[in-house]
Design a protein. Sequence first.
Length: 121
Amino acid sequence: MNPPKKSREQIFETHVQTLSLTLQFPTVRNYRSVFHRFLDYLGGTFPRVRRLSQIRRDPHMLGWFRWLCNQDPPLTNHTRQEYLLCLRRLLDDLTLQGHSIHPGRFPRSSRVSSEASVTGR
């Protein structure tokens, strides 16, 4: 008999708890906040997306970014960038742990472009 599958929330929470072994509490709290915001967005906008393997760059990731841009009061560019980097880190880590997550959520070239725009390079 197979063990029951973990929910998306359980998968993210388990990973954040692992990160808490080496990261400071405010950083862990930020990761937890980001994954809750993302899952709340997915649940409200794409209720049929129940598995990590169903997440796609478009419409899920880009839609979440648009949603972040439309927050009231507005989030700063820095805050939105931090949210994206945290979510990318979480998804990349989960992929390395063997979770089936669709490749190409954010192409690596977009990361270089966003970092270059922040540092002025």
